[in-house]
Design a protein around this ligand. Structure first.
Ligand code: KG4
Ligand code: ZN
Length: 338
């Protein structure tokens, strides 16, 4: 069966298009970031993000098709991220995908962005992690734990009650005057710092698998206003990062124990963090999978992987599909055949 899916993701500040065959074979995965557009503002400016998507989406899709050496006649479906994300950015991707599907008379599939992150594990070259597995999606917009029993079979176990971990990285980097996005910068500086230099709080909340990172962020802010000892920035970065990672690791252990599961996969931009990638491999008795960094941060290949199950079941969207800024995982399973 010819099952190559052209996938598009414009949920935030990356314009991405990919061609994925069989839900697991990446033929191309093009990502065009917008750091240069947003960095002088210290964060993503939604209106500028949507304008930039409009400017480059056509060339990104062309590039994905060229890199995959495929023609539309050999594509079986168009998949697009329908949310959650920045609504203006999502509208650009979904409108473009609709137009392509209409012109090329192809089925059109709407994919939840978080389901895309979960499904990056299904792009693992030698087959997906052992099922069932725990998926930690840790990005700029979300920090959530899922139990994954198979493609399109997810149950949320916990989520952040306030800031996402990546958001905390970005906000702390901004407080430290480090630039945007903050995660990779803090990751780099922390390598030269002492993680025990400052004792920042860890919101373990043992009664739940939910997360909370806003207290840590506030604690860094008040530390900075009182930092009379002139602690080096590397030590502050390392101490902040240790507080984030300690909580993430603890929640992974608790969720695996609670669900009696010994397999864990990470995804989302923060999963590109070197310290987290290293710490997770040290978990005893747990098989871990952390995708290559290019599949942790936003990309369309993960959307192509997540779309595959709907493609097989014929769960296609129609031209009335509108993106949603807020869209919990699970809604997608309720999509009716049309
Ligand atoms: O998944 P992603 O590309 O976009 C969202 O869906 O949010 O994640 C972006 C987030 C940003 O907050 C960024 O600072 C963070 O991922 N990030 C990192 C690293 N690389 C990206 N955080 C920590 N360490 C990194 N190396
Ligand atoms: Zn994302």
């Amino acid at each position: 069966m010819n099952d190559a899916i052209l996938a598009i993701d414009t949920s935030c500040d990356d314009t991405s298009a990919a061609v994925v065959r069989g839900g697991n074979q990446i033929l191309s995965n093009i990502v065009s970031g917008q750091t240069l557009v947003h960095e002088r503002f210290g964060g993503i400016v939604p209106e500028l993000a949507s304008r930039r998507h409009i400017e480059i989406i056509e060339s990104v899709v062309d590039e994905a098709m060229r890199a995959a050496s495929i023609a539309f006649a050999s594509v079986s479906a168009i998949a697009v991220c329908k949310g959650p994300g920045l609504i203006g950015s999502l509208i650009v991707g979904t409108a473009f995908a609709k137009a392509l599907a209409y012109v090329h008379k192809l089925p059109y599939i709407g994919v939840n962005h978080l389901e895309g992150h979960i499904c990056s594990a299904f792009l693992k070259e030698d087959g997906p992690p052992t099922l069932p597995f725990i998926s930690l999606v840790v990005s700029g917009g979300h920090t959530s734990l899922y139990r994954v029993d198979g493609r399109a079979q997810y149950r949320e176990l916990g989520r952040s009650r306030d800031d996402a971990a990546g958001e905390a990285y970005d906000k702390v980097a901004k407080m430290l005057g480090l630039g945007f996005p903050g995660g990779p910068i803090i990751d780099r500086l922390a390598k030269a710092g002492n993680p025990r230099a400052v004792s920042f709080p860890r919101a373990y909340m043992p009664q739940t698998l939910d997360f909370s990172f806003s207290g840590l962020k506030t604690s860094v802010r008040s530390f900075l206003t009182q930092n009379t000892k002139q602690i080096p920035i590397e030590d502050i970065c390392a101490s902040f990062q240790a507080a984030v990672i300690d909580v993430l690791i603890k929640k992974i252990e608790w969720s695996a124990a609670k669900e009696n599961i010994t397999s864990v996969a990470l995804s989302g931009g923060v999963a590109a963090n070197d310290a987290l990638r290293q710490r997770i491999t040290q978990l005893k008795g747990i098989e871990t999978y952390v995708p290559p960094k290019s599949l942790c941060t936003d990309n369309a290949a993960m959307i192509g992987a997540a779309a595959y199950e709907q493609f097989l079941k014929g769960e296609f969207a129609d031209m009335r599909l509108n993106p949603k800024a807020y869209l919990p995982v699970g809604k997608i399973a309720e999509t009716k055949r049309s």
